[in-house]
Design a protein around this ligand. Structure first.
Ligand SMILES: Cc1ncc(COP(=O)(O)O)c(C=O)c1O
Length: 443
């Protein structure tokens, strides 16, 4: 596959894509959320080719998952080698080298100085389930505090923490009892009306008020938070927020869980997003980018917390050998070069985007760390009212010009390319976005 340029040769969707869309419409669960009809056949690096031979540049990375790009040759080699040797042997009942080796690697790179141990699952939601169960088991407490706008997955435990979009919860109650949500601090939409530059709100006051009124801290097992909110809108909380959470949880013997499923594994230009603030959690979860697209998640906790006995929690496929081999290779590549690339190219993109709120009336705010960048669209810059219709048009029109992006929050476009993205890819992507934004603004 030519990996160097966008090429759109058919109307979208093309004839082969239409056949698959029809099959999908008949047989696949309608609960999935597809923004546009991309039917992918293969991928290489920054590019995806569809079933009609159209080539797209991917600034979505399979939702922040193909961290090393599509089908990185080193990752493919690691997967192939492992698949030829051993595909499955269930780490819940047997031992095999890659599982222990990956646990050692993850424990070593996890934030914080204390020794760590690692639990393996298959998805972000599973990692959160494991974190919640460990927190309850270890503390003997039952309550959790989570944040409005945060997304932690869709299984019942994780969903009970998730408060990103009402449709994700609607019809599934009652969810886990004992979960209380508080506002996530958002400098662009600060409830106290502070500007992004001056906002020092931390949401901590709300938690302290809860402790005095409705939620006895002695009953709280853990506070779960995304260090940068992902699905909720790529929101970076004000500096000091994580430190305040750390102080509060330490004071009350509450565990602090960082959900780095989306923002971890090099995406923000450091291995973990919490490292920008120098704060370590008690439990960290990661999935998405860890194995370049193979299903794998980790829940890494302070070793002294992992006091649950054999049989307390496990999963047949969690820590599958092929996924572990992909993860070891992914982490090697991320550490060697892609985390630095994410920092460099991320800053390059942010610098270029800095002028957009002045040039584009629909751009209310641009924010980001590394390659986790949000462009929030608004009806007008004074009221800051979100403009989901403009976002829909921009995402759709970008697709038609060969650029894959996704939305998050109410009206934010998120840029989350593979971590190997180069400046010239970013130039092309921004040219397309610039054009489709200008078109949306004319309407
Ligand atoms: C921060 C965060 N946590 C958890 C999840 C759930 O991951 P999964 O879809 O693999 O269950 C996601 C998925 O988008 C996420 O962004």
């Amino acid at each position: 596959m030519d990996e160097t340029s966008i090429q759109i040769k058919t109307p979208l969707p093309g004839p082969e894509a239409r056949k698959i869309l029809e099959l999908d419409r008949q047989f696949v669960s309608p609960s999935y959320t597809r923004d546009y009809p991309l039917v992918a056949r293969r991928g290489a690096g920054m590019f995806i080719e569809d079933v009609d031979g159209n080539r797209f540049m991917d600034f979505s990375a399979g939702i922040a998952t193909v961290s090393t790009g599509h089908c990185h040759p080193d990752v493919v080699r690691a997967i192939t080698r492992q698949a030829e040797a051993l595909i499955h042997m269930s780490g819940t009942d047997f031992y095999y080298p890659v599982l222990a080796q990956l646990a050692e690697k993850v424990a070593k790179i996890a934030p914080g100085d204390s020794p760590k141990r690692v639990y393996f699952g298959n998805s972000g939601a599973e990692a959160m389930e494991a974190a919640m169960k460990l927190a309850r088991y270890h503390t003997g407490r039952h309550r959790f505090i989570a944040f409005l706008g945060c997304f932690h997955g869709r299984t019942f435990g994780a969903l009970s923490l998730t408060a990103s979009k009402a449709v994700q919860r609607n019809g599934f109650g009652p969810l886990l009892s004992g979960v209380t949500h508080v506002a996530y601090p958002n400098p662009y939409r600060c409830a106290a009306g502070h500007s992004a530059a001056e906002c020092r709100c931390t949401g901590i006051e709300a938690i302290e008020r809860l402790f005095r009124t409705a939620v006895p801290p002695e009953e709280v097992a853990a506070i779960a938070v995304e260090p940068i909110q992902g699905e909720g809108g790529y929101i970076i909380p004000p500096p000091g927020f994580l430190a305040e959470l750390r102080r509060l949880t330490d004071k009350h013997g509450i565990l602090l869980i960082f959900d780095e499923v989306q923002c971890g594994m090099g995406r923000t230009g450091k291995m973990w997003a919490c490292q920008h603030e120098g704060i370590a959690p008690d439990i960290l979860i990661n999935a998405k980018g860890i194995a370049s697209g193979l299903p794998l998640s980790v829940m890494v906790a302070r070793a002294d917390l992992m006091d649950w006995p054999p049989g307390a929690h496990a999963s047949t496929f969690g820590g599958n050998p092929v996924a572990c081999a992909a993860a070891l290779e992914t982490i090697r590549l991320v550490e060697e070069k892609y985390v630095a690339n994410a920092a460099r190219v991320g800053q390059y993109v942010l610098d270029k985007l800095a002028s957009w709120p002045a040039r584009h009336p629909k751009v209310g705010n641009v924010r980001g760390r590394g390659l986790m960048i949000g462009i929030e669209l608004v009806k007008d810059q004074q009221t800051r009212e979100p403009d989901p219709e403009a976002r829909r048009a921009v995402v759709q029109n970008a697709f038609e010009r060969g650029l894959l992006v996704l939305g998050c929050g109410e009206s934010t476009i998120r840029l989350m390319p593979p971590l190997l993205v180069a400046e010239h890819h970013a130039d092309t992507a921004l040219e397309i976005l610039d054009r489709v934004l200008a078109e949306a603004e004319k309407r």
